[in-house]
Design a protein around this ligand. Structure first.
Ligand code: PRP
Length: 209
């Protein structure tokens, strides 16, 4: 038998939906459910191995070919770019990138350079570049909503899912930047070398989403 197809899954928010999808395909994910602190789990009947990683690392492992495939949010793909094929929109993990400010703040008023806090500096930069607007981008590692509240930034570019975090902190969306959902990505060499197996899997996934 061929060595198992390795699929890197994003830990956390996307993990549950991805495992549910694999189970819908008929694969036995018992080892993933009973993982404890283990990071590489077999899906024996599918000749597959699941690797649990942080979103950015999913892309790194797939790009380097140590994982054949990965499931990762479009947000991370837009931020990191990289050399791989993005083949399927899996339809879950739906949210959006948005520009948000303190409620009632007139963001576009005046000509001064606006300061934007974000976990996604590349996404924010390209959004404002397209508008031809000069901005100062400040990279924040988490809870970006704090930045306008502490007057570090005029606005944030961040993921909005339910909108609760913005609402509870007196912020509001003033513009959508891009829709986001989970994507299936594939290493470029794996797609050539293991074409039949990967294509079979993709067809199965497409029939089940
Ligand atoms: C994300 C995002 C927002 C929040 C949006 O943060 O950065 O803060 O979720 O979700 P909502 O619209 O449903 O309230 P995450 O929970 O990943 O934590 P972090 O900010 O610490 O990275």
């Amino acid at each position: 038998m061929n060595k198992p197809i390795r699929i890197a899954l994003t830990k956390g928010r996307l993990e549950k939906d991805t495992v549910a999808l694999l189970e819908k395909l008929g694969f036995d994910c018992t080892a993933v459910h009973e993982k404890g602190r283990k990071l590489i789990l077999p899906v024996p009947d599918a000749n597959m191995e699941v690797v649990l990683a942080k979103a950015n690392d999913v892309i790194t492992y797939v790009e380097h070919g140590v994982c054949d495939m990965g499931v990762v949010g479009k947000d991370t793909i837009m931020e990191m770019k990289g050399k791989f094929f993005e083949l399927v929109d899996l339809g879950f993990g739906k949210c959006r990138f948005a520009l948000a400010t303190k409620k009632g703040y007139d963001f576009y008023r005046g000509y001064g350079v606006k300061t934007i806090a974000t976990k996604y500096p590349n996404v924010a930069r390209s959004f404002f570049e397209k508008k031809g607007m000069d901005t100062e981008i400040i990279k924040i590692e988490g809870s970006v909503e704090l930045a306008p509240l502490l007057s570090l930034a005029d606005g944030i570019v961040d993921i909005v899912e339910t909108g609760t975090t913005l609402k509870e902190n007196g912020l509001e969306v003033i513009e959508d930047v891009a829709p986001v959902s989970a994507r299936l990505i594939v290493n470029t060499v794996s797609l050539k070398m293991r074409h039949a197996e990967i294509e079979r899997l993709i067809t199965l996934i497409e029939e089940n989403i």
